[in-house]
Design a protein around this ligand. Structure first.
Ligand SMILES: O=C(O)c1ccccc1N[C@@H]1O[C@H](COP(=O)(O)O)[C@@H](O)[C@H]1O
Length: 209
């Protein structure tokens, strides 16, 4: 099975094009103002127009209001919602769209509990815990905390780059990997060579499996 790749935090048309050409399966647009990768609804609508069929557009939210998500959905053709804050399952499920839930992993047992709490999600994204930020930290966590029994597909995130993604895929065997900072030249500005190298590494290690 081939691990899917999501490239997150795209803000420029040329980065969308580069990620698509490099073979990304999903592209993430950040709707969270404190993030340096945040995009306006108008810009997101322009960026999403460039994305061809069979590449998913994912909207990332952190503790949004229902009204804000509704407004984004009216203007941007999102395939999937990614909730990266403290949202409850009922809230995440309230938009008639497929969604994934991110959790910030800090201790043993957390992922098992999240499988139960967010059982109606289309996937569970596991990221590093940080006391000050919800994500995009560039930090990884102890992958040994990810259980082998997985009622939901696992999306592995947190501090991934072309240097460690092959080891991550080999050890964790996630459904997908998600990267932001590890494929940037500056915050919010992607580096197409890094994206291409990252995706090639994932495909290389999946082939040898
Ligand atoms: O990218 C951000 O700025 C961000 C802000 C708030 C929540 C999540 C955010 N990004 C997501 O964080 C993980 C890990 O990112 P990184 O590869 O360690 O930089 C990833 O899922 C991003 O989509």
């Amino acid at each position: 099975m081939s691990t899917r790749v999501k490239i997150c935090g795209l803000t420029r048309p040329e980065d969308i094009d580069g990620a698509v050409q490099s073979g990304a399966d999903a592209l993430g647009l950040v709707f969270y103002e404190p993030s340096p990768r945040s995009v306006t609804v108008e810009r997101a609508a322009e960026l999403a127009k460039r994305v061809p069929a069979f590449v998913s557009v994912v909207g990332l939210f952190v503790n949004p209001t229902q009204q804000f998500v509704d407004r984004v959905l009216e203007q941007v053709p999102l395939d999937l919602l990614q909730f990266h804050g403290d949202e409850e399952a009922g809230f995440c499920a309230g938009f008639g769209r497929r969604w994934i839930k991110a959790i910030r992993v800090r201790e043993a047992g957390q992922i098992e509990a999240a499988f139960d709490e967010f059982r109606n999600a289309s996937g569970l994204l596991v990221d590093a815990w940080d006391p000050d930020r919800y994500g995009g930290t560039g930090k990884s966590f102890n992958w040994d905390l990810i259980p082998d029994h997985r009622p939901l597909p696992i999306v592995l995130a947190g501090g991934l780059s072309s240097d460690n993604v092959s080891a991550a895929v080999e050890q964790v065997k996630p459904w997908a990997v998600d990267v932001s900072g590890g494929v940037e030249q500056a915050k919010g500005i992607k580096d197409i060579q890094k994206i291409s190298h990252f995706i090639k590494e994932v495909h290389r290690v999946c082939k040898t499996d």
